[in-house]
Design a protein around this ligand. Structure first.
Ligand code: DQA
Length: 138
């Protein structure tokens, strides 16, 4: 089984960025624990701060991978183009958030991508990604 993880803008700063909200671990370190926990799964990881590059990665992996875990960061709340990219592919996409976006500012309560996704997992810290792996595994 092949799972693509895509992290959007500012998520390259995990561990440094607002640790009270996003925790103090870097994603690279967390990814190693995920790989160790699921040795049978092949994980690919991609991070970009650029909307079009995220769309390119969704298109590139969206016909061959078994699942995509997408934390689109702030583009979650703004991007019709990412919504359309998810609709255009075959691979199921799980929308992932580290923080509970519904317990935060009102502008984070709306997701433009959720309706194109298989489901949404938010609010469990980095463990949200593991829960999304479980969702793909079924
Ligand atoms: C986030 C929540 C978004 O609202 C925010 O813009 C992010 C991170 C999360 O993982 O909690 O960049 O997607």
């Amino acid at each position: 089984m092949k799972i693509q993880i895509i992290n959007g803008p500012n998520l390259n700063l995990l561990g440094v960025r607002e640790p009270g909200v996003y925790g103090s671990a870097s994603f690279e370190v967390y990814l190693e624990t995920l790989k160790n926990r699921y040795p049978e799964i092949e994980f690919a990881y991609y991070q970009s701060n650029v909307e079009g590059e995220i769309i390119n990665k969704i298109q590139e992996t969206g016909f061959s991978f078994d699942g995509i875990l997408l934390n689109a960061g702030a583009y979650t709340h703004t991007s019709v183009a990412i919504h359309d990219a998810i609709k255009a592919i075959k691979t199921p996409v799980i929308e992932v958030h580290i923080s509970n976006v519904h317990a935060r500012e009102e502008f984070r309560h709306q997701s433009l991508i959720a309706r194109a996704c298989k489901g949404v997992i938010a609010g469990f810290g980095l463990d949200s990604y593991r829960l999304a792996v479980e969702a793909i595994k079924g």
